[in-house]
Design a protein around this ligand. Structure first.
Ligand code: FAD
Length: 526
């Protein structure tokens, strides 16, 4: 068995699949990609729940039910007022969370990346990220300076006749109260309401493994080890030299010249802490010998907190339960009143009531109504990840800590009221009757609405920021702008954890862009 490689990559999700593909383009370099989950080598072997992005083949809520081996299910705190603990699923399979996600394919606001650049990371201005966004996609709808047609990921928007009635009501309703229509949410200047881009073609989810890894599986210099959990990074004299891999309780060490951690925004800080890299005091409390004091590991946990609004449907409105139409197709990106953060809010419709599945309980019959999701797209607040125990198989403590900042609450209240205004408007009159949640009393009272938001807020699944990038002078940064872990040689991180902030986009595409850039840094010796 080969145990020495040029590169070891831990985690084959959105980022790891791309890094492995890019680094193995150089046939003189050997690459080992290690993934905790199962490998499905081609589209035919992929279970329906991964294959289809939406539609009747999907088992109901498969990704959130307990006992599914193809994803990790973390239990987190959202707020002190939470109705119950928040469930946080992540893909645990080759393809990672890109194989289970909802496929909204957004880039973010140019200001997201320019703010990284302003904070001393000159490789990350929007101008320098744009070529990677273009390289990743094959946009089937738009051309021009901002779009690509040669990338491995196909992207499209849904046309009006593919939309549910509430999508059309949402689009119309928002335009009728003055929001501009946008046909391309990925145009850097765009704002307003319009069809969201999706990486779904013929209902097939274009996950990172399928689009990047599958076509290059025959490369002899690329080895993929699935069902294998990396439980520790081996560090000698402040240099990462290998990893301890647990496959079915057998532990084997693998060694390489460089190690790239792409285990995701939960997995990456978890692995660093288990390996003695993180806040010294915390490591000592848990009983792990600190090897490198990095106070930022696990801190700065970012996400997009969201709440869902729901209305009862009118008696005449019938959900087409066998429909092949997708339940979310149109979104609104807008700037909250008085905010200096462009497009800091996202609202989208949902064709049915969204049951409170993330809290472990189903509420209403989902076909009894229609919903909307209001999402704080750039929160000021952040949470943290800590170890509960030195045992790698005990999940870390996750505190999302939503809504500690009054400005976050203020913008969310405004977003909820805007959603209610649209749902109550003429465009919805034929399809919904009365609002179910929040109640009129809660809508009309700031204090009650704050409480309702804090009780019901849940994740948009965009956990990020837990190993943020930044110059060494920023003591809370974990990696430099090339993804290199401060203070440890030959160790990089490349995934959603290195975002300094949760960008104003759903995080799959921005994570892929990060992976493309870091793969280039590695290949160029940076
Ligand atoms: C339910 C859901 C819906 C989402 N919807 C959208 C959406 O519509 N649009 C969007 O843009 N984003 C969406 N996201 C978010 C997006 O998919 C993620 O931000 C993105 O995939 C993160 O990529 P990553 O490479 O950082 O991590 P991941 O893709 O999660 O990959 C991490 C990989 O590392 C593996 N791993 C972890 N620890 C170890 C270890 N110790 N040893 C070995 N392997 C390990 C994991 O099994 C996993 O395969 C969604 C996510 C979820 C879960």
């Amino acid at each position: 068995m080969k145990t020495h490689y040029d590169y070891i990559i831990v985690g084959s999700g959105s980022a790891g699949s791309i890094i492995a593909t890019r680094l193995s383009e150089n046939s003189t370099k050997s690459v080992l990609l290690i993934e905790a989950g199962q490998d499905y080598k081609d589209l035919n072997s992929l279970p329906n729940d991964f294959k289809y992005g939406f539609g009747p083949e999907l088992t109901n809520d498969w990704w959130i039910k307990s006992g599914n081996k193809n994803r990790s299910l973390f239990v987190a705190n959202s707020t002190d007022e939470q109705n119950s603990h928040m469930l946080v699923p992540r893909g645990k399979v080759v393809g990672g969370s890109s194989a289970v996600n909802a496929q909204i394919f957004l880039r973010g606001d140019p200001d997201d990346y320019d703010s990284w650049w302003e904070n001393g990371n000159d490789e990350w201005s929007f101008e320098k990220c744009l070529p990677e966004f273009i390289k990743i996609e094959n946009d089937l709808d738009f051309s021009g300076d901002f779009h690509g047609h040669k990338g491995p990921i196909q992207v499209r928007r849904h046309s009006k006749n593919e939309m549910t009635q509430d999508a059309i009501a949402f689009d119309k309703g928002l335009q009728s109260i003055g929001f501009p229509a946008t046909l391309d949410h990925n145009d850097p200047d765009s704002t307003g309401v319009g069809p969201l881009p999706f990486n779904t073609i013929n209902r097939i989810r274009q996950n990172a493994a399928m689009c990047y890894l599958n076509p290059v599986r025959s490369r002899t210099n690329l080895h993929l080890k699935s069902n294998s959990f990396v439980q520790k990074i081996i560090i000698k004299d402040s240099k990462a030299i290998g990893v301890e891999v647990n496959s079915n309780q057998n532990v084997t060490n693998f060694y390489s010249e460089e190690i790239i951690i792409s285990a995701g925004a939960i997995g990456s800080p978890h692995l660093l802490l288990l390996s003695g890299i993180g806040p010294e005091q915390h490591l000592k409390e848990i009983g792990i010998k600190p090897l490198n004091h990095l106070p930022g590991v696990g801190k700065n946990l970012r996400d997009h907190p969201q709440v869902n609004l729901s209305w009862k449907k009118t008696a005449s409105y019938k959900h087409d339960k066998r429909s092949l139409k997708r339940g979310i197709t149109v979104g609104l990106r807008y700037t909250a009143t008085g905010s200096n953060l462009n497009n800091d809010m996202l609202i989208h419709h949902t064709a049915t009531i969204f049951p409170s599945i993330y809290f472990g309980a189903h509420s209403e019959d989902k076909y009894s109504g229609i919903g909307m999701i209001v999402c704080l797209y750039l929160a000021l607040g952040s949470g943290e990840l800590k170890l509960r125990a030195p045992n790698p198989f005990i999940q870390p403590l996750l505190n999302y800590n939503y809504f500690q900042e009054e400005e976050d609450l203020r913008r969310m209240r405004e977003g909820v009221r805007l959603g209610v205004e649209v749902g109550d408007s003429a465009s919805y009159s034929k399809i919904v009757s009365n609002i179910i949640q929040p109640s009129h009393e809660q809508i009309n009272d700031d204090k009650l609405l704050n409480h309702w938001i804090k009780q019901n807020a849940r994740t948009s699944h965009h956990v990020s920021g837990t190993c943020k990038l930044g110059p060494a002078a920023d003591t809370m940064s974990v990696v430099n702008q090339y993804g290199k872990v401060h203070g440890i040689k030959s160790l990089r991180i490349a995934d959603a954890s290195i975002m300094p902030n949760c960008v104003r986009a759903n995080t799959n595409l921005p994570t892929m862009m990060i992976a493309e850039k870091i793969a280039q840094f590695i290949s160029n010796g940076k």
